[in-house]
Design a binder for this molecule. Structure first.
Ligand SMILES: Cc1cc2nc3c(=O)[nH]c(=O)nc-3n(C[C@H](O)[C@H](O)[C@H](O)COP(=O)(O)OP(=O)(O)OC[C@H]3O[C@@H](n4cnc5c(N)ncnc54)[C@H](O)[C@@H]3O)c2cc1C
Length: 472
């Protein structure tokens, strides 16, 4: 593994290698950061940060948890953080990462002011947002070393209108060149550093609410989204940044200690839970009163468990409960792999639909899994319309039927105006690459390959990520 210490070393490595795979924290859930014979370039040592008035410039190897620590010591915050905050800045640029609070803050893309990218020939491109935009007839022109000009076509496919999208190359008439690199999963260039917008750190309360059904969880989320939208218009006291859902089957996976640690009893059978992040300014009592009123009007039984603003330990206990869910499901998959069949794998989706299609979408998940006799659990970022349906396989056959179900679900999600690829990217997963094909068709993939060819003619960068080969 190569470990460049600065942009010059990185550029020299890229220029001289035949095939490379840049990696960050390797937390990818799509196989995108798993090498297949390439020179692996770790960005770990590109870890400088420089704080400016409203932005921070960070090397690709800075972990978000460290970025936030630096920012917090100045009362600042970087909002579009994925749930896994050990991810590196470069990895989050490459995947257009997003997290629970996308509903309020958007995904990584909206926070990138400038980006430095090393191209396949080793040239270094420093881009400030607003500096280079696509021509009216849909091209970028990029001057390389020695005046070589790359003409990069902007694909003409239409992207779904959803708040988070990590599904191949961003494409829009008149788009900014920064946006072509954000979300390109290392296939167009290696991100060396980025300048990110930051905001004053919000104060937040965290609340855990029991919900008796999917319908109730959606009704509460709907009402809280409306309250937040009112607040952003300057009306009303309740500002909500994120609402996450853990369905009943996901809660069943948790051991009793997970609830004990969070300070609440195990919910009754059939109940799910919502984890709500409420942002407060000044006295939080009006916001929390309004929150209680919303829960009551949606028929929620019992009081929520609330971590007050500033009580970081109580908030951490509630977040730990949420984190325990993927850990428990992944442990079940690993146990089945060890005991039943070595090819058993995590079989999960990362789908998003416009929020008003959420009830239909949840029904689509359940129907597809249940008619195939599969055990499954669902959790994720309900306020964004982005959930993670996970099969809990008891055999290799379950994995195969789970993949078939996910592909059918992907088609349904696309028909609803959503995307089967929301925040984790496409990577080298055959299933996700098939979903990308469903989303944009073979013509869309050809348009992406044309972009790739224009910037990386020898197919050196991350071959096999996003789409299989240079052919086609
Ligand atoms: C428990 C868990 C929870 C997660 N939750 C979320 C979530 O809420 N939201 C979300 O968006 N994701 C989530 N993820 C997925 C993952 O954390 C994100 O995709 C993250 O952005 C990857 O960052 P990384 O540094 O680990 O990148 P890696 O996994 O190392 O790489 C990811 C991809 O980016 C490319 N890449 C990495 N660095 C660079 C670079 N400098 N230049 C060019 N390409 C590069 C790699 O080649 C690879 O294709 C989660 C993962 C886990 C394990």
């Amino acid at each position: 593994m190569a470990l460049p210490r600065d942009i010059g070393e990185l550029a020299a490595l890229v220029a001289h290698a035949d095939r490379i795979l840049p990696v960050g924290a390797q937390s990818s859930l799509t196989g995108g950061a798993t090498p297949r014979g390439e020179v692996v370039i770790s960005t770990r040592a590109l870890n400088q940060v420089a704080l400016h008035a409203n932005t921070i410039t960070a090397g690709a190897g800075v972990a978000l948890v460290d970025l936030q620590r630096t920012l917090l010591s100045h009362g600042l915050y970087y909002p579009p953080v994925p749930t896994f905050d050990g991810a590196f800045v470069g990895g989050t640029m490459a995947t257009n990462a997003a997290g629970a609070a996308t509903f309020k803050y958007g995904s990584t893309r909206q926070w990138v002011e400038a980006i430095t990218v090393v191209l396949a020939d080793g040239s270094v491109l420093r881009l400030q947002r607003g500096e280079v935009t696509a021509s009216e007839d849909g091209w970028f022109e990029i001057a390389g070393p020695g005046g070589r000009l790359a003409r990069v076509p902007v694909p003409s496919y239409r992207m779904p209108d959803v708040p988070k999208l990590s599904a191949g190359y961003f494409a829009r008439p008149g788009m900014d060149l920064v946006d072509l690199f954000v979300g390109s999963e290392g296939t167009l260039g290696v991100v060396a550093e980025a300048t990110l917008r930051v905001i004053p750190a919000p104060r937040r309360a965290v609340a855990l609410v029991a919900s008796q059904s999917d319908a109730q969880a959606i009704a509460v989320t709907h009402a809280l989204r409306d309250e937040a939208a009112r607040r952003w218009r300057g009306d009303g006291p309740l500002d909500v940044a994120a609402i996450e859902y853990i369905d009943a089957m996901a809660l069943v996976q948790l051991p009793d200690e997970a609830f004990t640690r969070a300070g609440l009893p195990r919910p009754t059978a059939g109940s799910g839970m919502l984890l709500v992040q409420i942002e407060v300014t000044g006295d939080e009592s009006r916001a929390l009163e309004r929150f209680a009123h919303v829960l009551e009007s949606c028929g929620c039984a019992g009081d929520p468990v609330v971590a007050a603003p500033g009580d970081d330990r109580a908030a951490a206990r509630l977040f730990e409960l949420r984190e325990a869910v993927p850990s428990a499901v992944n442990a079940r998959v690993a146990a089945a792999k060890a005991a039943i069949h070595p090819d058993i794998q995590k079989t999960a989706g990362d789908m998003i639909v416009p929020f008003d299609r959420m009830a239909e979408c949840l029904a689509l998940y359940r129907d597809n899994f249940e008619r195939r006799g599969l055990t499954y659990a669902i959790w994720g970022h309900l306020s964004d319309g982005n959930l993670h349906p996970n099969v809990i396989p008891a055999s290799l056959d379950d994995v195969e039927r789970g993949r078939e179900a996910l592909l059918d679900i992907a088609k349904g999600v696309i028909a609803m105006g959503g995307s089967p690829l929301a925040e984790h990217g496409v990577g080298r997963s055959a299933l996700k690459q098939q979903m990308l094909r469903e989303l944009y068709g073979e013509a869309g993939l050809d348009a992406m390959r044309a972009v790739k060819r224009s910037l990386d003619p020898s197919w050196k960068l991350s071959p096999g990520v996003l789409f299989p080969t240079k052919a086609g």
